[in-house]
Design a protein around this ligand. Structure first.
Ligand code: URA
Length: 199
């Protein structure tokens, strides 16, 4: 990865930590830019930081994060080798869903730039908020569980890991999707998928 991209990602993270662009700024303890390998071929995008993420300034470190960690481990993907972030970087009050203004502002100013600099080949969208705002779709649940290709990038829309906290059976559904994600990721790493061939 180019040195300059790393520098730009760090500058972006500093901007996120000081961001004043939407009303969520007033509720946060810490903004959560995201973390992981800047040169990763795979990026995971969740909805928004929760209470624990807000406390620590890191993504997916609370209960939903434990589920994500378990599933990554079960399929054999190391958390350190992926990049994890969210649609919005600040916690909405009482964990409500981020609204259109908050989501679109944060995506335009930060998430799109992170994607541009990291250039992942595969983007996993965790839950309906990520699917709806990243892919700009009105009926996000309809495309869950299969590849969606846009702008030279493979998107994989799946459930949010928190679903397994309320319904333990959903862990199997998540695992099934993550096995598919692993096989796409392996194909990309082994260069069996040549992205321009998709178009
Ligand atoms: N839920 C999310 O969508 N993102 C986090 O970082 C934590 C919980």
């Amino acid at each position: 990865m180019h040195e300059d991209n790393i520098k730009q990602l760090k500058v972006l993270e500093d901007e996120i930590r000081k961001c004043n662009l939407c009303p969520l700024r007033q509720y946060r303890k810490n903004a959560v830019p995201g973390e992981g390998a800047y040169n990763s071929k795979i990026m995971f995008i969740g909805e928004a930081p929760g209470e624990e993420e807000d406390k620590q300034g890191r993504p997916f470190v609370g209960k939903a994060g434990q589920v994500l960690n378990e599933i990554l481990k079960e399929v054999g993907i190391k958390r350190e080798e992926v990049f994890i972030t969210n649609v919005v970087k600040c916690r909405p009050p009482h964990n409500r869903e981020p609204n259109d203004e908050e989501s679109n502002t944060c995506i335009k100013n930060y998430l799109e730039k992170q994607i541009e600099l990291i250039k992942p080949s595969l983007i996993v969208l965790l839950g309906n908020v990520a699917i709806k705002y990243v892919l700009k779709l009105n009926e996000p649940s309809k495309i869950r569980g299969k590849k969606y290709i846009k702008n030279n990038t493979i998107y994989f829309p799946t459930y949010h890991p928190a679903v397994a906290l309320y319904n333990p059976k959903m862990k199997d559904a998540l695992l099934k999707d993550f096995k598919t994600i692993l096989s796409i990721y392996n194909e990309i790493k082994n260069k069996k998928i040549n992205l321009p061939d998709f178009f």
